[in-house]
Design a protein around this ligand. Structure first.
Ligand code: FES
Ligand SMILES: [Fe+2]
Length: 402
């Protein structure tokens, strides 16, 4: 490796064909952070929830896109179609909806002077409209976002007419995951949200490699992903799928599991018998879970229903500031059919909580280390390729916009 390359060298030069290096400024530069908001987040499809959160016509959710859009309303109309608008009345800027979710009927009514909007944002009624003699109803429609769903996941795009459809954006990632029983899992969901003193990419990076598991999770995940034949927890595969990435992870086939894990396995509900081709893509007999990194900030980690975890995770990283990130983690289970399955799910929740606490502490110390400014470069190996790929995609999008 060339340790003395100048700082204006390319961001990720391949030095020996297997190792890459990252400019420390990627995580520290406020200029770069602003570019990421403008050219990455404001120009990407962003996951905001699941369709189960909008169970009936007139259901709504209000979602903050931290760092990007303060408040967005997503509704489901009588025909089942989704609409997304900014939560700002055109009259004098009042927020239309104040709760996080609920039912609004077939219209959005402002609580200030009672302007009424269709769910798609068009004006339906303005009290005393004749006192606004020059008002153009089209001009005072609510500001729209693009919205679409894939496999029950709701995505919005800040541009109401985005260059790519959601289907195009997801590409092979979306096609190869289609058919996984997300809907069967998604009614039983537990959520953790926290804010961390670290750059959003640094937090994300800790979740798109498993090189650290043997060290950081040596107590909570002892003997799970590491064993004598695979001491460093190398993944089964790392696939670059357009802007997205898929890691496939194996479980230890050798060491007997501890009693709690055995009890967990025995009582897990059955999952999918036929998994889509994107889940366990190697069709490995020791497969445990995949980490599907959907650019820029959304992860889906599917497992088989009768696998070690018996659930899937969906999680997002939101950029609050160059050194602050909101982390939203959801774990989805099938509905338990008996008390034993319910107990298993509690066990899984507690285990996940402990693992996440280990990661969260780690990334804050990681940011503090990089912010010390001691090292201009950091190095990653081929099994951390997802980190390199997502940084390269961000870099490309910023350069293309320049
Ligand atoms: S601010 Fe909404 S009706 Fe006046
Ligand atoms: Fe971790």
């Amino acid at each position: 490796m060339n340790m003395n390359a100048p700082l204006n060298a390319p961001l990720f030069p391949s030095t020996d064909g297997h190792s890459f290096r990252i400019d420390a400024q990627v995580y520290l530069s406020t200029e770069r952070f602003k570019n990421e908001i403008e050219h990455v987040f404001r120009k990407s499809w962003l996951n905001v929830g699941r369709i189960e959160q909008l169970p009936t016509a007139g259901s709504y959710i209000v979602k903050e896109l931290p760092g990007i859009a303060p408040s967005v309303v997503i509704t489901r109309d009588a025909k089942g179609a989704l609409n997304a608008v900014h939560n700002v009345c055109s009259h004098r800027g009042q927020q239309l909806l104040w709760e996080k979710s609920g039912t609004c009927g077939g219209a959005l009514t402002c609580p200030y002077h009672a302007w009424v909007y269709e769910l798609n944002g068009a004006v339906r009624h303005i009290p005393d409209e004749e006192s606004f003699p020059l008002l153009d109803r089209k001009q005072v429609a609510l500001s729209r976002l693009a919205v679409d769903q894939w496999e029950g996941f709701i995505f919005v795009h800040l541009d109401p007419e985005p260059r790519q459809t959601l289907k195009e954006f997801l590409g092979e990632m979306g096609e190869s995951l289609a058919g996984y029983p997300f809907d069967r899992f998604s009614k039983n969901c537990y959520t953790w949200t926290t804010e961390l003193n670290a750059n959003w990419k640094l937090v994300k990076d800790a979740f798109q490699e498993i090189y650290h598991v043997a060290t950081v999770h040596r107590r909570t995940l002892k003997n799970v992903a590491n064993w004598p034949a695979n001491p460093y927890g190398r993944p089964l595969s790392v696939a670059l799928l357009g802007d997205h990435t898929r890691l496939s992870i194996s479980a230890n086939p050798e060491t007997p599991l501890p009693p709690t894990a055995l009890a967990t396995l025995r009582h897990l509900p059955r999952g999918a018998d036929r998994l889509p081709r994107g889940v366990n893509p190697q069709r490995s007999s020791i497969w445990m879970q995949d980490i599907d990194v959907i650019f820029p900030n959304f992860f889906i980690d599917p497992s088989e229903g009768n696998g070690l975890l018996g659930a899937y995770y969906g999680y997002t990283f939101w950029p609050l500031a160059v050194d602050r990130t909101r982390f939203e983690m959801k774990i989805y289970f099938q509905q338990p059919e008996n008390a034993a399955q319910r107990w298993v799910q509690e066990y899984q929740k507690v285990l996940l909580r402990d693992v996440l606490l280990e990661d969260c502490k780690l990334v804050e110390k990681n940011h503090a280390g990089i912010a010390a400014g001691v090292k201009p470069w950091y190095y990653v190996q081929k099994n951390e390729m997802a980190i390199v790929h997502s940084l390269e995609v961000i870099d490309r999008k910023i350069r293309e916009a320049a």
